[in-house]
Write a protein that binds this ligand. Structure first.
Ligand SMILES: [Zn+2]
Length: 138
């Protein structure tokens, strides 16, 4: 089994990062964060994140990493183009693209399952929704 080095999430530099509006720049930022975990600009999507709400989750740290690295963003894109086949097909694909090792990927899928995300579309309905928006889930 090949074990990839664990990647952490880092914001480049100290200066205020620009808000990206240009489609091409957004695409580049998504790939940079997803694959390399490096943030060079803000996306409008970032503002959806609700720190207070997500911190209620026991697995807040890993879920917040996935949000920041735009895992859910990419999964949204995939499911806008393709139907969910009620597996973790796209989740696995994206997590692999993030260069996470197999053990880590299985840990993450287990966390999804625990939070009601039993397939790609349920990950968006039941897991991403615990991190974004205003109302805490009852
Ligand atoms: Zn599904």
């Amino acid at each position: 089994m090949i074990v990839m080095p664990e990647k952490t999430f880092q914001e480049e530099g100290q200066a205020e990062l620009p808000l990206l509006k240009d489609k091409k720049l957004i695409k580049e930022e998504v790939n940079r964060r997803l694959v390399h975990g490096i943030k060079q600009g803000h996306l409008e999507y970032d503002a959806l994140y609700n720190h207070e709400k997500s911190s209620l989750n026991k697995d807040a740290e890993i879920l917040s990493m996935l949000f920041q690295r735009l895992f859910f963003y990419r999964l949204n894109e995939k499911l806008a183009a393709f139907h969910c086949d009620h597996t973790y097909r796209f989740s696995r694909q994206i997590l692999t693209q993030m260069q996470l090792n197999r053990g880590k990927i299985n840990d993450i899928l287990e966390i999804f399952q625990k939070n009601g995300g039993v397939c790609d579309c349920e990950v968006l309905y039941n897991v991403e929704s615990r991190l974004i928006g205003k109302d805490p889930q009852v």
